[in-house]
Design a protein around this ligand. Structure first.
Ligand code: HEM
Ligand code: SF4
Length: 511
């Protein structure tokens, strides 16, 4: 018998407030909060516990909240998109939406008094935002072309939904998994190109054959933080699709009951794996699972470079196409969302998909409708042929809405790639990721060129700047990039990046 129990050490302040009152308890108080107003709320309820329902107090825009949804595999219907658009529309100029790097949507400008009504509308169309922030399992990612990709090995749509339903009690909220030591990321890949960044998740499933049967190899413990970034490591386990939900449940239970809770800087799953060693971790998981875990398949089936899904692509269903639209840094507004819902219905079957590159895919467009779709004015705004650098641009929220940010990100990122695309010709894809602070939500470590916000001293003044990351590799043989240069002032960045693109990525200055 392996002993998993460990004596509890002193609790950090987050553990204390979670022990005093579970975050999910605020679900029953939302009507009350809506009536008394955010100014009258208990500070911990306001700043922290609301996140258990996906409602984020934003100190940069007090009174205008951010609402983070859950979008399993990044798939939603036109009806759901329209409800999200209506919610934003109500908030006028304050309303905007972001597609996130977890195939998710965040809405902005939300007023607390509207939240109970918004949640009722969500429920009617099967949307939920439950357990999407703080020490909960984040949006579960899957290939954005699952079920329509001719080359995929496993259709993971149902699996991702089942894992989400297990964790959230089908969107109602599940007290079993609302007090993890820290946040937790799960991804399930059924295709060949590792479109989900398996390596940066706490649990990831990647397709692998064992004795001729397709299943998944499991990797665990991947995470980023300001102090430490680790790629996930093999659990040395191969499971069939039928085992995925149970294995996720057991790993979450093991983490919940044994994860380190004294120091939030050392609370992610990898720290527990470090303390135990992966063999003990595997043994404890196996024991709790109550059945023998098969050893990992010798190799997995991730043998493609990562695709970006932009442009027109044939589906595995004959005569149908999916079209990837480029949404610059994932930012869109109510009217854009209404338009996306409309084109998804008129040309496809109403389905809309989101990618971890913050873009949108409209699937199921018949050959006969393609030409008319491509002539839609929406595609002038959300191009299927963006400029080369613009195409792969990713950015976190930054100073416009995020209180942690050291710099403005999204607008600056868009302006700078425009200038670079105008001044350079470049044929190879270069993935540029911006993140506003060392928390790394914009994942500079997976980028060809990662830019992490910092403050820089220049001419006796403190100005916005970045640390430069390079060498991130995604898809097949993925590995994390590292910081290669610190403290470049943003105003000096253009020539630095031009030079870098010329020297390392074959770019040429336009005459
Ligand atoms: C202590 C560490 C971290 C803090 C305090 C933090 C904080 C935040 C905040 C405040 C937001 C919302 C900002 C807004 O849009 O208004 C956010 C969003 C996000 N963060 Fe972080 N973050 C941390 C680490 C990370 C890491 C390591 C990752 C993964 C690489 C990550 C991924 C994301 C993603 C994907 C979003 C968008 C929402 C979603 O889809 O879940 N964050 N983070
Ligand atoms: S990286 Fe920093 S600035 Fe960007 S969203 Fe995360 S916490 Fe905010």
């Amino acid at each position: 018998m392996i002993s998993a129990a460990k004596p509890e050490t002193s609790l950090n302040k987050f553990e204390k407030f979670k022990a005093e009152k579970d975050g999910l308890a605020i679900k029953e108080q939302l009507e009350h909060f809506a009536q008394i107003g955010w100014e009258a709320m208990d500070k911990t309820d306001l700043e922290h516990r609301l996140k258990w329902m996906g409602v984020f107090y934003r100190p940069v825009t007090p009174g205008k909240f951010m609402l983070r949804l859950r979008m399993p595999s990044g798939i939603l219907t036109s009806t759901q998109m329209r409800v999200l658009a209506e919610v934003l529309q109500r908030h006028g100029e304050d309303g905007s939406g972001d597609i996130t790097t977890r195939q998710n949507i965040q809405l902005r400008g939300i007023r607390l008094e509207d939240v109970p009504d918004i949640f009722q509308r969500f429920q009617k169309v099967g949307l939920t935002s439950v357990q999407s922030g703080m020490d909960n399992v984040r949006n579960i990612t899957g290939s954005p072309v699952t079920g329509i990709d001719a080359d995929e090995l496993i259709d993971t749509r149902e699996l991702v939904q089942q894992v989400q339903d297990m964790i959230t009690n089908s969107g109602e909220g599940n007290p079993e998994f609302t007090n993890l030591p820290r946040k937790f990321n799960i991804a399930i890949e059924g295709g060949r190109d590792n479109s989900i960044h398996a390596e940066i998740n706490d649990i990831a499933f990647v397709p692998a054959y064992k004795e001729g049967q397709i299943g998944f190899n499991v990797v665990v413990g991947g995470f980023f933080s300001a102090k430490r970034c680790e790629a996930a490591i093999p659990l040395n386990a191969w499971v069939t699709p039928d085992d995925v939900v149970d294995l996720c449940r057991v790993i979450l239970e093991v983490y919940r009951d044994n994860g380190l809770r004294a120091n939030r800087q050392k609370a992610r799953l990898m720290w527990l794996i470090d303390e135990w060693g992966v063999e003990k971790f595997r043994a404890v998981v196996q024991e709790q699972l109550g059945r023998t875990l098969q050893s990992a398949a010798e190799k997995d089936e991730i043998d493609w470079e990562k695709r970006d899904h932009i442009g027109v692509h044939r589906q595995k269903q004959s005569g149908l196409n999916f079209v990837g639209l480029h949404i610059p840094t994932g930012r869109f507004y109510a009217q854009d969302m209404f338009d996306l819902a409309r084109v998804a219905e008129v040309y496809g079957n109403g389905e809309i998909r989101l990618t971890v590159e913050q873009n949108v895919i409209i699937p199921h467009i018949p050959d006969s409708r393609l030409e008319a779709f491509l002539a839609e004015p929406l595609l002038e705004r959300f191009s299927i042929e963006p400029q080369p650098l613009e195409r792969s641009l990713v950015s976190c929220t930054g100073a416009q809405f995020c209180n942690f940010a050291l710099i403005e990100t999204k607008n600056r990122a868009i302006d700078l790639v425009k200038e670079l695309d105008e001044s350079l010709t470049i044929t190879q894809p270069v993935r540029i990721h911006w993140t506003g602070c060392p928390n790394s939500c914009g994942q500079p470590q997976v980028a060809d060129i990662g830019l992490m916000g910092t403050k820089v001293r220049k001419d006796g003044k403190t100005v916005e700047g970045v640390d430069l990351y390079m060498g991130g590799k995604v898809g097949k043989d993925a590995h994390l990039g590292t910081c290669v240069q610190k403290g470049i002032a943003c105003e000096d960045l253009k020539p630095v990046l031009q030079q870098l693109l010329i020297e390392n990525f074959g770019a040429k200055l336009r005459p």
